[in-house]
Design a protein around this ligand. Sequence first.
Ligand code: TXA
Ligand code: MG
Length: 398
Amino acid sequence: MFRTLLLRCDSAAISFSSTNHDLPLIACQKTSAALASAARLLNQLQLVAFPTETVYGLGAHALSPQALAAIFSTKGRPADNPLIVHVSSLPMLHSLLPKAYSLSPAYQALIKHFWPGPLTLLFPRDPNIIPDIVTAGQPSVAIRFPSHPVARALIAVANCPLAAPSANSSGKPSPTKAEHVLHDLNTKVPLILDGGSCDVGLESTVVDGLHADGNIRVLRPGGITVEDIERVLTLELTPDNTCRVLVHKRDYKDQAIEHAPTTPGMKYRHYSPSVPVTLLHTSTPPPPGLHAFSVPSFISTLRMPGGIKSKVGVLAPVDSRLWESINLEEKVQWHKYPLGSIAQPSVTAQRLFDGLLTLEQEGVDLILIEEISEEREGLAVMNRVRKAAGESKWIAFQ
Ligand code: TXA
Ligand code: MG
């Protein structure tokens, strides 16, 4: 049990110069002191929750099995779910890799364009450097270089790589605000650094470029879109180095992955608030044998007997047709949380987890999430929504 401390860090006061090995310059005394306290705790092998550009992470010294074990017990995380290691410089990356390893042209291009940023790459693991518990026995280790000034500065000041899963109890939506972490992990961690809301709002894209065929496999869609990865590889790779970008489940299936937890949500429940979630398909037709409801007939299924109003949370694009239909229905108490516009899936990504956690805290009985198109950030959004939703319904607008 801890008295969890919440310390505010001002991202705007942190800057980096490439001449001093990526050590941060910190222009705010409070931020500097908060980072120093966090770094001290990490070097004492304790946990610290901190903001990244994707979601808040629960950090531990990545080379200490004792510190890493605390991540698994604090989150209630199954031991076979591997962790991502976070670095704050390319020299730190290379210190973690096998001596004889050199980056492929595709990895060089991805690192050049997307690091620091929300992209995680798999690398071969040197078992003399990376503890077993990080990779859950996998032959590869997942590494990323976050762009959030607080995350970067924390790793640099602590001077050690940090293993960090999302800072939530296993199975819950990932936190995108310090308050979300406090609500979930209060008394379980000594310190939370508060850097405000996360810009991306969904976790990093996890990419495996280690296959002999040279292709890039997207294991988890995330902050960097598949379209951006394709654009950069087309731009940077010479004709003899070209490769394909394959999205797991969309472009290929892999029995081994399906049965191992290396793709989040495959084996374990993920992103689920304690309230049931229904995915509403409003633009794709139902599979054979299922029918589409009209909006009024669907809403009538939400009414409780005896005149009690059910409390229903709704997450849908701000310009969705759904809003005008539900506004007409007064027998349900609606809790509305508009996402980004249909044309702005990045805003929907940024708001999704906050929406789920906000509606859960408002005490709704059910959360409805409207589907969005699986393009750009929409691919990652729908990946999380499918895993959060216990059931799907199809709606036909009249
Ligand atoms: O944006 C993010 O990636 C956030 C922030 C905190 O950096 N972290 C995060 O970690 O989402 P987590 O633990 O919630 O998700 C890590 C996922 C694992 O569930 C697994 O699917 C994949 O990354 N992963 C990690 N190591 C792997 C490996 N060696 N092989 C395949 N997948 C791996
Ligand atoms: Mg997670």
